[in-house]
Design a protein around this ligand. Sequence first.
Ligand SMILES: Cc1ncc(COP(=O)(O)O)c(C=O)c1O
Length: 380
Amino acid sequence: MHTTSKLPNTGTSIFAVMSKLANEVGAINLAQGFPDFSPSTTLMRLVNEAMVEGHNQYAPMPGVPALRRCLSDKISRLYNVTCDPDSEITITAGATQALYTAITALIKKGDEILVIEPCYDSYLPAIELNGGIPVFVKLRAPRFEIDWDEIESKLSSRTSMFIMNTPHNPTGALWTASDMAQLSRLAEKYDFIVLSDEVYEHLVFEGANHETALKYPALKKRSLVCFSFGKVFHNTGWKMGYCVAPEKLTAEFRKVHQFLVFSCNTPVQHALANFLDDPNEYLSLNNFFENKRDVLLESLVDSKFDIIPTAGTYFQLLNYSSISDLDDMSFCERLAREHGVAAIPISYFYHDRHDDRFIRLCFAKSDQTLREAGKLLSNL
Ligand SMILES: Cc1ncc(COP(=O)(O)O)c(C=O)c1O
């Protein structure tokens, strides 16, 4: 049988590769972005209750109405903007499905899509499968700021979509109000759709604001904003998320959504609707993860890595230029095999494997695990 790959350049994801290596060599796995602690017991109880109460069949295609209403209230409370729960919010099987659906629904063969690198690994295959042409701009290390002049030089009437991500995986950088103003200006000038990946919405530190595309009128009217329950409520395995977009974009989004998954996990949606009644469940997350970041940073004070404390997400970058000349993949292999800690090489977030000698650690782990890993890393 002859098959031609539609994704000839795509292999096994670096997260799976590094997690497998961590298992093989018994290393502490700070590679993949998932917590090693349980979701709230309240939330788990609510899921169980929803099942027992009989919420076990297909949910409505756009999502359970009570959950969409809760999300609309939450958005209005946090960002002072209105989103119609019926026509502007769709519940998805994680943010990955929301991102894929948005790209599939809204780009056409030959469209240019602006992608800022380093970037999360699901964007490029989705663009490629849909015949889009990624146009890359790199953030400026070591603080991973955005070069708006370079971005403007890459935009044209061919640009149909701009993908943004804040708080940013893998760097932890946050978009500022000034970045949002720049994007608003360019979006009006070049008239593209914005796909805003905001899965770490509640993980911003030191009192910073999360700058959502929903807060900026010039962006809100042209944005699909993707969120993840898994990332913020410690249940990545439940694969639940949502997409917020104006009615016209949501209509196109749902045309694809209904044939990709039709609808998402019913009992979990009912449980989340009840859980979100208490804003503390998400408002306390910033402190919770900031404390974890600080546990990791304290355990690394005597290490030789160059570290700029991350501003958001549950990822911390370490620069190892003063420790080794190895490329970042070889360095991560050595780290796992010889020092017992698995990390992610940042070059895997660039299409051209650009390597500035950074590795990414996930600190959504127990304090004890973080301290142990810090001790091992300090031996280098
Ligand atoms: C930036 C970013 N977007 C999207 C996702 C996927 O989220 P979900 O697990 O809800 O599909 C991740 C997961 O790591 C991520 O880091």
